[in-house]
Structure formats: C-alpha cells, structure tokens
Design a protein around this ligand. Structure first.
Ligand code: AMP
Length: 174
C-alpha cells in the first residue's frame, strides 16, 4: 500500500525556494481512496490507544489530524501560528527547513495526563515536531505517539524526537 500512496505524492523541485524538494500532497488529498487509505494508515498505531485528542500544526497537519480524530472518535487540538487563537495560549519558537516560526495552543485544550497523539504531513528537519512536543510536554500531555504521512529520512528529523514513538506511513530515503 505504501508504494501506491507514493504515486499520489508529487515532487516539486525548488519550492518554496531553491534546493527544497517539496512533497506536494494535494494529488493524494484529491483522490478519495488514497486519502482514506492515508487516514487508515495513520490510525493504525492508535486503534486501542484510548486517545482523548490528536494535535496538529497548521496548515497541512490539520487535514490529516481532523480526519483522524473523526476516525478514532477523539478530539482535535489545533496548534496555530502566533495570534490566531483567541483565548489564553502557551507558545514555543522553532526553526523550519525554510525559516523560523512559533506555534501556540490554547492552555485549556490539554489537561495533565491527557493521552494525545501528534500528527503532521511531513517530517523534514523535525524542528516543527520537536516544538510541538515541547508545547505538549509543557502542558503535561501524555504524548502517546507522533505520526507523519511522510518522513524525509535523509534529514534525520527523528534525532529531535528521541525517546518518543514515531510513526511514518511513507518514508523517502533521499
Ligand atoms: P520540519 O520542521 O523541517 O520537520 O518541517 C516540517 C514542516 O514543514 C511540515 O509541517 C511540512 O508541512 C513542511 N515541510 C518541510 N519540508 C517539506 C518538504 N520538503 N515538502 C513538503 N513539506 C515540507
């Protein structure tokens, strides 16, 4: 199944800037079978995990995490760019493969001990995921796992996620 899903990922060289090989997931989203199979694959490690919520960083992470929350019958926690969330927030800063940013979460979205999984479309350098983990840890979530549709293994983002349960549906080694 992994090989089939890879046919729906479009490589776009030099986007959004020279040297980046962008993994475009829009063809996969456009195909009902591929999208559904992606959500099934993301759900597999959490079938009996008793998650109370999945958390994801905007924007592409939302697409998979929202579908996954419905599939797993749990909640969804948006991790957002600065100044988007209206109530009291916690925030962390991080470095991207291209640029810097920070993310925020509503403090009351997570209670200590909440069983949460973190979802994103792509694991590249791991900076985004590591920041999201810090955010979850800061609010004392019980982070059950971290899942990606795509892992760019050559960038070794997992080094920032040591000691965590990390899952990837599709792995690219170059
Ligand atoms: P990173 O923090 O480097 O792991 O970057 C992860 C975030 O940036 C993900 O949320 C992706 O949406 C996006 N991203 C980084 N590199 C790529 C890439 N080569 N193709 C597509 N998205 C990427």
């Amino acid at each position: 199944m992994d090989t089939d899903l890879k046919t729906f990922i479009r490589d776009v060289p030099d986007f959004p800037k020279p040297g980046i090989l962008f993994k475009d997931i829009t063809p996969l989203l456009r195909d009902s079978n591929a999208f559904a199979a992606s959500v099934e694959a993301l759900a597999r490690p959490y079938a009996d995990a008793g998650l109370v919520a999945v958390a994801a960083v905007e924007a592409r992470g939302f697409i998979f995490a929202a579908a996954l929350a419905a599939r797993l019958d749990c909640g969804f926690i948006p991790l957002r760019k600065p100044n988007k969330l209206p109530s009291e927030t916690a925030a962390v800063e991080y470095a991207l493969e291209y640029g810097n940013d920070s993310i925020e979460v509503h403090r009351d979205a997570i209670q200590p001990g909440d069983r949460v999984a973190l979802i994103d479309d792509v694991l590249a350098t791991g900076g985004t995921a590591a920041a999201a983990v810090r955010l979850m840890d800061g609010l004392e979530a019980d982070l059950i796992g971290i899942s990606f549709l795509i892992e760019l293994a050559g960038l070794d983002g997992r080094r920032h996620l040591q000691g965590r349960h990390v899952h990837a549906v599709l792995t690219y080694t170059e």
